[in-house]
Design a binder for this molecule. Sequence first.
Ligand SMILES: [Zn+2]
Length: 447
Amino acid sequence: MSDAEDIQIQLGTVKTRTVVQERAWPCAELSTYVGAYGDADASELPIYVRLAALEGIESHAISSLKAEVGGALLGGVYRHEGKVYVQVESYLPARNADEQRARLTFTHETWKQLYDEREQKHPDLSIVGWYHTHPDLGVFLSDDDKFIQRNFFGEEEQIALVVDPVANERAFFRQSNGKLPKLPGFYVFGDASSSGNIETVLDKMRTKPQAAPRHTPPARNNPTINRIIFAEPCLNLYYFLPRMMRRWLGILNAETAPRISIKNVLIVALLVALVYMFVTTRPAPPQELIHIEYAKAFSAAGDYEESVREYRRYLVHKPDDEAAREGLLAALKKLSAENNDVSAVYENEIAAAREAANRAARNGNFGSAYRLYRIVAAHTQEGDDRACESVFGFLAGSIASRPSKADADVVLRFFVGQDIGARIEETDKKNHKRAPKSQGARYWPPW
Ligand SMILES: [Zn+2]
């Protein structure tokens, strides 16, 4: 039923209470056939519905599966052997004033129409109750329904029939001790000759409708769906991924069967590959590589202070990296030029570079040593000669260890065309007494 404001019904003088008369149950007559719907025998208020009336109500109910429909139940209230029962002989469909609405609206006009029609068509019958449908909502009394029942059909023998034509369910309700219980069943009666019809109708009423899916899934080869899947990756992700996840969860919970298709196999293979990629332990990128990249980036951005920090972090790992030493000293030089108080650090780093050069020379990496000495020389105004001298001294002292061809070439290239023969001899005399004197300057190169 509808909103409360639609139920401003003034029944006024209309008498809805039916006079209870003594009358035998329909089943007492031999010419009458009675069938039961539900547990009719257990009902405290036996209700007998004539087959014709029931068929009319049922076809009215099924006429609209979207909007609610309803009407009045006509008949009488009788007593037999001290027990009150209701007999429904006919019905009057209500003309819904507002058919656009999904919910039934019993307006004042609706009631007036029902009472007028009863007087014209069935003057011998009373309104014993009302009926309405709940398409696909289930059989119950809503708050609005209860309002109507309590206010206009508040007697114990006044009944409300609710039909759900979609679920194929129906039940009567009535007021009893302030409550509105659902009655467990009712009787359907008619001429004995129509017994077959009655059972057919009852069988139809007892069958549960096939559970049809509310939304038909789209055909698998639906061109629109295919276009979305293949052409709209974002839409695909947004709409199909949750559906896919639900399906896969269903497979995991053994609620649905896995659907094996090439597409699914490919998707699973891709996922497995991704998981494998992330799960298998791969060596993390070396920390120092990150520091040198940051150092260069900070230098390029002009933040020499941060650059120095990153270079020093890097050099902890790679103390003999010439390029990093050069970068660090260059950054420190820039900082010095910016009047930052880094002169002590600068000096220390020059000393560290010189130590790295010595270390390289000691290890026989003369090319590296030479390049490091040149870096130091550039920052100390010692000049390249001094760098040559240092390396050459090491070279002279390490002939026995045979430096690599590449290392020697680096130094050689620098010496070619420079008049430093005297200096070499001098260095040789001063520092590297082990070198055979007889070879003099000509010991170079010995291989
Ligand atoms: Zn209702």
